[in-house]
Design a protein around this ligand. Structure first.
Ligand code: GTP
Ligand code: MG
Length: 209
């Protein structure tokens, strides 16, 4: 999968605006300002395909990107940003939860967590909920460049313990240095490939030779 072959597709503000589910979705969720959009930019090797900002709450809709004519990357609005009205917060949460429940082609939710901090309750809520729904997810601990290698391992072990994860179930990452990028690409490519195998109706409609 060539991640550099990427194009912006659309911004969805409601479920009716999602693109045809002909490719698998990989969605990126996490607290506001954690680095979701930066991670996607790094993944596709663009500096500003996805708008990033030091101001939390930059991404406010479901933004779809098409990769290599075979995969949708979905940048989700961040959660946990206090400086918005209750109403706005509710509508964001509603949008994300409806999306996860409805979108059958969602093959993985990448849950991005700041490696510098202990687990926040909204991150735990999201992961508990994904587990409850049996939706595959991949935790990515980001902003690793802000810590020494030693502290990276120490903090990752604490987050692992909070989430009952083993080290091979998550990735330590940095959008700034590209640490963890190969691992992330390998995982996403495998997910996209397994989806193609799973939905191909060719064998059903064509007679065996
Ligand atoms: P919202 O769309 O507001 O929810 O934010 P987001 O999660 O998309 O975060 P975004 O990618 O816009 O990044 C937020 C800030 O964190 C920006 O100032 C980025 O430059 C910075 N940032 C993101 N990832 C990293 C990283 O891996 N390392 C460092 N040092 N800074 C990062
Ligand atoms: Mg964003």
């Amino acid at each position: 999968m060539d991640f550099r072959k990427v194009q912006f597709l659309l911004s969805a503000h409601a479920m009716g605006q999602l693109p045809e589910p002909i490719y698998p979705d990989i969605a990126f969720a996490g607290r506001s300002n954690v680095g979701k959009s930066s991670l996607i930019n790094r993944l596709v090797e663009r500096t500003n395909l996805v708008k990033t900002s030091s101001r939390p709450g930059k991404t406010q809709s479901l933004n779809y990107f098409l990769v290599d004519n075979g995969l949708y990357l979905v940048d989700l609005p961040g959660y946990g940003f206090a400086q918005v009205s209750k109403q706005t917060r509710k509508s964001w949460q509603g949008l994300i939860s409806r999306y996860v429940e409805i979108r059958s082609t969602l093959v993985c939710m990448v849950v991005i967590i700041d490696l510098r901090h202990e687990l926040k309750s909204l991150d735990r809520d999201l992961i508990d909920w994904l587990r409850y729904l049996h939706k595959p997810f991949l935790p990515v601990y980001t902003k690793a460049d802000k810590l020494s290698r030693n502290d990276q391992q120490k903090n990752a072990a604490l987050l692992d313990a909070s989430l009952t994860l083993t080290p091979d179930e998550r990735i330590i990452f940095s959008s700034r240095t590209g640490q963890g990028l190969d691992q992330l690409r390998t995982r996403i490519t495998a997910l996209a490939t397994s989806f193609q195998g799973g939905v191909d109706p060719g064998g059903f409609f064509t007679d065996p030779i």
